[in-house]
Design a binder for this molecule. Structure first.
Ligand code: ADP
Ligand code: MG
Length: 591
């Protein structure tokens, strides 16, 4: 018997399943479909990226809706435009034999009236991004007061992107009796919180280990000085000549900058971020799919919808702000049963985060060395030899063979080979022969030391209009420390947060005289909950990393690259009501 049939799916859907060529249900489908079909209950389903979650909720949703009635019965919230379109397309395929069933996508960046008209014609299912959904609700263009099912897809990512408030507002407009199905790749505490708040004793379905990354992805990290980040990236690319990768940066600015440098240095690279027009983004994605682009440099948000198989490497040029996002990044590779590598370029002080990520993904990272110039030259030479060996002979050359032979007369086979290789290789070799070792040694004690963390008490909290996300944003911005502010814990009247211990002097000094909306802000170190307190402000030795040959094109600009990253959080907007907290006396310092 057809395995999908055994799950209880009807003929219309089974026919569509056959058309799509799905042979067997995936694990999450096998577990979730019977529950969603048969239980009148809220459900939380956790399964890693690429495991077929869309069909896991899509099949039961389609089967349970009444396609003869035109009113909106199912609402799916999804974090990005790309995912919204992807889900809509999938649902349309699943329901192609269900007469009268209409699925409409609602997302920003497209004409809102067109979308409203499509809904007016009758949309039993709406797939929406939270922002646009709110817009349409305000303008009375949608009616979700009679829905039976609400699906929060990629819930972790929606929360990462700061959609908590929007989701709350949207759900407030839906009937109490509806069922809520939450799908997520990871279960950070924010997702448990949302499940607690909006769902009634949900049935939990977990596939694989909770929060686990894709199993066929190996995880590697490389420790370099921050000024060498870009060169390290280049070497990783050069050591993998057939690389087909997504390179993740934290900000749009860095994304653009890294892509530009790569292009300048002769790589097939392009940037993908939210400042590009939709048209530009579509073009970039098309070139990436057709492999004209080998290295796609992207922000997390822009990359979220990327559904390209065969990606060989995910490179974390910088770690994400929220370490939970790492799972989404590494999930871009190792899809469809292929193996993949997720590489992370870090500086010493980020060792702590590798440990945290290991806990989340429940897998170990391997510490690897950035290849030396000589190693890269070897890889490239052998790659060239293989390329020559595998090249199909172009017989258009035949008529010119006589002339060519005459020119090359007198060269032995060996000389000929050497010369052919030199044509391709000398430039490369010259570039790398003086290249220095980019690795920095990380001793066990250094790892411990860099793990030294200080916990602070701060006298602001929910009462001041913050939640954990907006407070974290505020602290990142106020201290200029970006994601070196962590473990933010927002209480009613006060809050806690951590930074590395070597930042504590700076943090305390910063808040010595700091006003927020006319109120004095106090920050002090708390002893009890700090991890290993440690002597504050043991200033790191400054080394002079200056100069040193090498002839890298990107080098002179590489020096200040990391400096540029810091403080770039000012431009990062979160969709939250607290986005414009008026803080006076704002001081900004860089480390
Ligand atoms: P997720 O939401 O878990 O990241 P998707 O729902 O986007 O994953 O599915 C990933 C891909 O797998 C899609 O291209 C989808 O069409 C395909 N797929 C889903 N279920 C099956 C199945 N049972 N057999 C084969 N392919 C499937
Ligand atoms: Mg999905």
């Amino acid at each position: 018997m057809n395995n999908f049939k055994a799950l209880g799916l009807n003929d219309e859907i089974l026919q569509a399943v056959a058309d799509m060529g799905f042979e067997n249900p995936s694990a999450v489908q096998e577990k979730a479909i019977p529950v969603l079909l048969n239980e009148q209950a809220d459900v939380v389903a956790l399964a890693q990226t690429g495991t077929g979650k869309t069909a896991a909720f899509g099949f039961p949703l389609i089967q349970k809706l009444d396609s003869r009635s035109k009113h909106t019965q199912g609402l799916i919230l999804s974090p990005t435009r790309e995912l919204c379109l992807q889900i809509t397309n999938e649902l349309k395929q699943y329901s192609k034999y269900v007469k009268g069933l209409n699925t409409v996508a609602v997302y920003g960046g497209a004409n809102i009236r067109d979308q409203a008209r499509a809904i007016e014609k009758g949309a039993q299912i709406i797939v929406a991004t939270p922002g646009r959904m709110m817009d349409m609700m305000r303008r009375n263009m949608v009616d979700i007061t009679k829905i039976d099912y609400c699906i929060l897809d990629e819930a972790d990512e929606m929360l990462n992107m700061g959609f908590y408030e929007d989701i709350t507002t949207i759900l407030a407009d839906t009937p109490k009796e509806k069922l809520t199905w939450l799908f997520s790749a990871t279960m950070p505490k924010e997702v448990s919180a949302i499940a607690k708040k909006f769902m009634k004793s949900p049935i939990e379905i977990t596939v694989g280990t909770k929060n686990m990354g894709a199993t066929n992805v190996s995880h590697e990290y490389f420790v370099v000085n921050s000024r060498d980040r870009y060169q390290a990236l280049k070497r990783l690319a050069d050591a993998n000549p057939d690389i087909f990768s997504v390179v993740f940066c934290r900000t749009k600015r860095d994304t653009q900058k890294v892509a530009e440098l790569l292009i300048e240095d002769g790589y097939n690279a392009a940037a993908l971020h939210g400042d590009l027009s939709q048209n530009q983004r579509d073009l970039v994605m098309k070139s990436f799919r057709t492999r004209q682009i080998q290295m796609l440099v992207a922000t997390d948000v822009a990359a979220r919808g990327i559904d390209v198989d065969d990606i060989t490497h995910v490179i974390n040029y910088q770690l994400p702000d929220e370490i939970e996002t790492y799972t989404h990044r590494s999930g871009r590779t190792g899809r469809a049963g292929k193996t993949g590598v997720s590489m992370v370029i870090i500086v010493k002080s980020e060792m702590r985060k590798i440990k945290q990520i290991e806990k989340i993904i429940n897998k170990q990272f391997t510490k690897k060395e950035i290849p030396t110039g000589i190693e890269i030259c070897e890889v490239q030479l052998m790659h060239l030899a293989n390329q020559i060996h595998d090249t199909k002979i172009n017989h258009e050359i035949d008529p010119y063979l006589y002339g060519i032979n005459e020119v090359l007369e007198g060269l032995s086979r060996e000389e000929l080979i050497k010369k052919v290789f030199s044509v391709e290789f000398t430039r490369f070799f010259n570039y790398y022969k003086k290249a220095k070792d980019l690795n920095i040694s990380v001793k066990a004690e250094a790892m411990e030391a860099s793990g030294d963390s200080t916990r602070y008490f701060i006298n602001i909290g929910r009462r001041d209009g913050f939640d954990w996300m907006s407070l974290k944003d505020f602290l990142k911005e106020a201290t200029g420390l970006g994601d070196d502010v962590y473990h933010v814990d927002c209480k009613d009247n006060f809050s806690f947060f951590n930074t590395d211990t070597d930042k504590s002097e700076m943090v305390l000094a910063l808040f010595e005289n700091f006003e927020l909306s006319g109120r004095q802000v106090h920050v002090e170190i708390t002893k009890d909950r700090g991890r290993k307190g440690g002597g504050g402000g043991g200033g790191r030795k400054k080394k002079n990393f200056g100069g040193g040959g090498g002839g890298f094109k990107g080098r002179s600009r590489g020096g200040d690259r990391d400096g540029g990253n810091k403080g770039s959080y000012g431009g990062k907007k979160r969709k939250s009501n607290d986005g414009n907290i008026p803080f006076k006396g704002k001081k900004r310092r860089r480390k």
